[in-house]
Design a protein around this ligand. Structure first.
Ligand code: MLC
Ligand code: AMP
Length: 497
């Protein structure tokens, strides 16, 4: 077939290899193809091609998730994965902003989504009750067609949809498969959320491209995963820094024999990767001291896929993110607008290449602003030191990274301002040993009433995903402002010094 997606064509070659393994069953690539063809047929109904209709996905990580994802793609749709733990407000925003026409869900997620779909008049397909459908001709999908929308927070109060094409996704996968030498012999646990690229591209898509085997978990189920680590179930492991911190805490209090077994399992893996947030050099060094493994830290972003990586062969430097990955061009642009040509001079990381997204969904202005010619402006600052990039921080104080999730301080502020007792607020990220940054709210209350953190957290939980809910609260008589009367976040941060 002319325009069959490469991931699908490769899956045909992987045939009877095991794509997914759980404690109770295994699923082959052939089964994945058959199931995704059924999903595509059900979505298409009497149509020939979904013509880039948006289809949302609310399915836990695993076989059914990928079958649904591939089904959407094979039918010509754009896939929008939703956060399983998001609130109804957050789902509604994503569904309406992107103009979703159908939602694929299963289990209790289908039940949870039903009232919202009914209210918005969106078709809900419960894939648990979906029969297998006789095969039919599926449309040709050109690589330039749009494939996925991922909502990412940034310097706006509402998340923006990052749109990537099939060609972008393929470029992102091929770069990592080459750099980290993925093969069909690889086995990897999948415990990251499936609405972000770390789980979708780095783990799942690279594994399936390579004919490897994935062991899915609904979330980071530490004990179950460690059990399998001891059994040498995995060759590869990919996680955010918070997970390595939590693993160190657990291993340190384990009995001597448990500790030896777990550490042995990690030590024997061929590669362990950290990314999505800064890995403190101290955590990198602690992990090496415990397991003998040198973590490979890499840097990426929803808009670009992965950009920089320490080498698979060669020095993996604590505190650094290495060099540009295959197919990725990286430059630093200094504050004065000059392109940095020397080591030791900081600049904004800008990225170009076939993996870089085209535009935010329906936001031409934001899309135009984010490019400098054909270079994507990441908003992250870095410096080159003896051949390796080191991330120095972000240009915007309004972006928080907590547990590997990118959060918009402005989105959290907008929500807090709906609280009946809050008059003004400023949200910042404060350094935190486990989470990287802790969401911290500094508020001025109406009539100086006192509010407490537990009550505020409960109020927020119906409105914001759990990781956006403030972890710390400070009630102040007024917010620090500059001469122009504008709240200054550095001054807000200094309240905690
Ligand atoms: C959860 N909790 C938090 C929190 N998140 N507390 C502080 N800060 C946070 N960010 C609290 C909950 O309220 C709960 O409290 C308790 O921790 C347990 O919650 P949980 O959700 O069960 O936590 P856990 O499963 O341990 O989750 C931790 C985690 C998860 C690290 C596994 O956050 C995670 O999967 N992060 C990965 C995100 C990711 O994939 N990012 C990639 C984006 S793509 P209580 O009181 O109820 O017990 C990207 C590009 C790139 O960045 O480069 O990859
Ligand atoms: P997201 O928008 O969720 O894809 O998050 C991308 C952001 O995560 C980047 O812009 C960086 O700020 C941050 N990030 C990813 N990897 C690293 C890393 N290794 N070190 C520091 N920051 C990172």
């Amino acid at each position: 077939m002319m325009n069959e997606l490469s991931l699908i064509a490769r899956a045909e070659l992987h045939g009877d290899a095991v794509a997914f393994r759980t404690t109770t069953l295994t699923r082959t690539y052939r089964e994945l193809l058959a199931r995704s063809a059924s999903v595509a047929s059900v979505l298409l109904g009497t149509e020939d091609d979904l013509e880039e209709a948006r289809v949302a996905l609310l399915v836990p990580a695993g076989f059914e998730y990928v079958a649904a994802q591939w089904g959407i793609w094979r039918a010509g749709g754009i896939k929008l994965p939703l956060c399983l733990s998001a609130t109804e407000f957050e789902w509604e925003y994503a569904l309406t902003d992107s103009g979703v026409s159908a939602v694929l869900a299963n289990g209790h997620m289908a039940e949870k989504m039903a009232p919202l779909c009914l209210r918005l008049g969106i078709r809900l397909v419960d894939i648990d009750s979906m029969e297998s459908v006789p095969s039919r001709v599926l449309p040709d999908i050109a690589p330039e067609r749009r494939a996925m929308i991922l909502y990412t927070s940034g310097t706006t109060s509402k998340p923006k949809g990052v749109v990537t094409t099939h060609a972008n996704i393929q470029a992102q996968i091929e770069s990592l498969v080459e750099a980290w030498e993925w093969s069909a012999a690889d086995r990897i646990p999948l415990f990251l959320p499936m609405h972000h690229i770390h789980g979708i591209i780095n783990v799942t898509s690279c594994a399936l491209w390579s004919g490897a085997t994935i062991e899915p978990f609904e979330r980071f189920e530490m004990q179950a995963i460690l059990e399998r680590v001891r059994e040498d179930a995995y060759t590869l492991f990919m996680a955010v820094p918070t997970i390595y911190v939590k693993l160190i805490q657990t291993i340190e209090v384990a009995s001597e024999s448990d500790r030896r077994a777990i550490v042995g399992g990690f030590a024997r893996m061929r590669l362990m990767v950290s990314g999505s947030a800064a890995l403190p050099a101290s955590v990198h060094e602690q992990w090496t001291a415990l397991t003998g493994q040198k973590l490979l830290e890499r840097y990426g972003m929803t808009e670009i896929g992965m950009g920089l990586s320490n080498p698979y062969h060669g020095e993996r430097r604590p505190g650094a993110v290495g060099q540009a990955l295959p197919g990725v061009e990286v430059r630093l642009k200094a504050e004065n607008g000059d392109i940095v040509t020397e080591e030791g001079v900081p600049g904004e990381i800008q990225v170009r290449g076939p993996g870089v997204f085209r535009a935010y969904w329906n936001r031409p202005e934001a899309s135009a602003e984010t490019f400098d010619g054909d270079w994507f402006r990441t908003g992250d600052m870095a410096v080159l030191e003896t051949g390796y990039y080191r991330i120095m921080g972000r240009l915007s104080v309004d972006i928080i990274k907590s547990g590997g999730y990118k959060l918009s301080a402005l989105e959290i502020e907008a929500t807090l301002l709906e609280h009946p007792l809050i008059a003004e607020c400023a949200v910042i990220g404060l350094p935190d040993d486990t989470w990287g940054e802790a969401v911290t709210a500094v508020v001025v209350t109406k009539n100086q009433v006192q509010i407490e953190l537990p009550g505020l957290r409960d109020w927020c939980k119906g409105r914001l995903s759990v990781y956006k809910v403030p972890q710390r609260l400070l009630v102040v008589p007024e917010l620090p402002r500059n001469a122009m009367g504008k709240v200054t976040k550095p001054a807000v941060k200094s309240l905690f010094l």
